[in-house]
Design a protein around this ligand. Structure first.
Ligand code: VG1
Ligand code: CO
Length: 544
């Protein structure tokens, strides 16, 4: 077997977005496409030479082929050792945990998260550093720059290795350990939460629950944790077998794509607790009987109740939320005297705050919550957090959230997504809106005075790095907000996201339907951005 130096030429579209490089599978299958990006990582992270690398993915189509290529490139680039999940499967939070537990140099995660998979679906790759978290913006920019001048990559001509048994093998002199995908993570979860209390809750006569793994990566994790370790009846985990195309669905845990699960919570016989996770296991949706917990509320409830959970019983330092996430967590932080931060969208911005212990919990409106236990959002962790909370408080999901609103106010929240719109039109819409923002400040819109209107820019309080152009926000004196942002994870055209929030402190007004309450704000947003006129769409693709 020999190490080969292959001549290549750059692809101009390898700039990572919100969470790694995401493209169609067919693009990744082009000769040298994956190789160029992986070599750019090796070139920009020299510590990988002689270092240890974790590799795993969400099991989508092309996962296995990509892992074999990356292993051959790792050995050729002098990586000392690789750790791979059996079958090539590792959830995103599990990779983060393995990097931290085994103190490796970093990890490569193969996933396009909630995007559809299969031969015509999406694929993705991202690099996480030795803290277990996604590469910083400066590193992803450096990797992109490298990919634009790349001339050659290193790869061994060794053959494929089996990924389907737990063993240690060697690839051209580099040891490769294929490990159980679930064990380390499940054991870790049992240290963070009160498994005895959760077991007792699940065993309670009359208590029922359902977990939807959406044919994605968490199936084996959820079965081991909920059914084997916590005693939930077999069948509690739905769609528990990871499929290369997720059964043809969108592995996206929201009210639209996880409709089968939502149905189980409806009516008098609805389950008491239900949750779904996404393609790579970092997102979560939590439901009670006839009740949906918005992700922003979920974060706020976690902050307010953290000390009831063993891992956080000694208190938490603070909380961060992405800018479009509702301000519900801020209200809790203020009352409890905790740090609170507003960051740009994407988990990479939480890393330094967590490392510096400025925050313990963090979350995003996009069904993501997490803590300092890893450096990724963590779907099953969130599910366990809620189960632990139900067990300790001995109340229903709805009771917990309603009493939370009573204390802290209710942040009504909705998000409109316009997917696959023309990129040029999306850019034009944002540009026009950006121009009008300064004139909005101080004016009355829909009966509320605008207190600020700007293009969000973030200065990291730890290293001082600045990230600008992170979304347009219009804030009103009554706390309501309208936010416009273009997605950084799509693979077709542009996706416009419109985020809307309205705060209601009066308990008497906290029982209304979200759609009804938000209607005036939605109309205002549509008019301000001229969404109908510019995109030709009379309705969003998805409302969450
Ligand atoms: C979306 C979400 C963002 C999340 C990102 C990655 O990004 O809005 O909050 O961090 O996906 O999540 P965007 O740029 O499309 O809005 V995941 O579960 O795809 O790793
Ligand atoms: Co995800």
């Amino acid at each position: 077997m020999t190490q080969q130096k292959i001549t290549t030429t750059p692809f101009d579209d390898q700039r990572p977005g919100t969470s790694g490089l995401r493209k169609r599978v067919t693009r990744f299958q082009l000769p040298n496409y994956l190789e160029n990006f992986v070599q750019s990582i090796f070139n920009k992270v020299p510590a990988l030479t002689g270092g240890v690398l974790v590799i795993g993915g969400d099991g989508r189509y092309y996962n296995r082929e990509a892992i074999q290529i990356i292993l051959r490139m790792a050995t050729a680039n002098g990586v000392a050792r690789c750790i791979v999940g059996r079958g090539g499967i590792l959830s995103t939070p599990a990779v983060s945990h393995l990097i931290r537990k085994y103190k490796t140099t970093g990890g490569i995660i193969l996933s396009a998260s909630h995007n559809p998979g299969g031969p015509d679906g999406d694929f993705g790759i991202k690099f996480n550093g030795d803290n277990g978290g996604p590469a910083s913006e400066s590193l992803t920019e450096a990797i992109f720059a490298e990919s634009q001048t790349i001339k050659e990559y290193l790869i061994s001509d060794a053959g494929d290795i089996s990924l389907d048994e737990e063993y240690t093998t060697e690839l051209d002199g580099m040891p490769v350990a294929i490990i159980d995908s679930v064990d380390d993570y499940a054991e870790f979860m049992s240290q963070l939460f009160d498994f005895d209390a959760i077991r007792a809750l699940i065993a309670k006569p009359g208590f029922s629950m359902a977990i939807d793994s959406m044919h994605a990566v968490t199936g084996p994790y959820a079965k081991q944790i909920f059914e084997e370790m916590l005693g939930a009846p077999e069948g509690t985990v739905m769609n528990g077998i990871p499929l290369e195309d997720f059964g043809g669905g969108h592995p996206d845990p929201n009210l639209v794509y996880a409709a089968e699960l939502v149905e189980k919570t409806r009516g008098d016989n609805g389950v008491d607790f239900a949750a779904a996770t996404d393609g790579d296991g970092d997102r979560n949706m939590v439901l009670g009987k006839n009740f949906f917990v918005t992700p922003s509320d979920s974060l706020a409830v976690m902050v307010a109740n953290a000390t009831l959970i063993p891992a956080y019983k000694n208190g938490i330092s603070g909380v961060a939320r992405s800018m479009p996430t509702s301000q519900a967590a801020d209200a809790v932080a203020e009352k409890l005297g905790l740090n609170s931060y507003e960051t740009p969208t994407g988990w990479k911005f939480f890393g330094l705050l967590l490392d510096a212990d400025k925050i313990t919990l963090c979350g995003e409106e996009s069904f993501g919550t997490g803590s300092n236990h890893v450096r990724e959002k963590d779907g099953l962790w969130a599910v366990l957090f809620w189960l632990n909370l139900l067990a300790v408080r001995n109340e229903s999901v709805e009771e917990i959230v309603r009493s939370h609103w009573k204390t802290y106010g209710r942040n009504y929240y909705t998000r409109y997504d316009y997917e696959a719109i023309d990129k040029g039109i999306a850019d034009q819409l944002i540009a026009q809106l950006t121009q009008t923002l300064p004139q909005l400040v101080g004016t009355e819109l829909g009966g509320n005075r605008v207190s600020y209107a700007d293009n969000f820019s973030y200065t990291d309080p730890v290293d001082g790095s600045v990230s600008s152009n992170q979304g347009l926000r219009i804030g009103f004196e009554n706390g309501a907000r309208i936010i416009f942002r273009l997605s950084g994870t799509g693979t077709e055209g542009a996706t416009l996201r419109v985020y809307l929030e309205k705060i209601e402190r009066d308990e008497a007004n906290q029982q209304a339907e979200t759609a009804e309450v938000m209607k005036p704000l939605v109309d205002l947003a549509l008019e301000l951005a001229q969404i109908g006129e510019l995109t030709g769409r009379d309705a969003p693709t998805v409302i969450t």
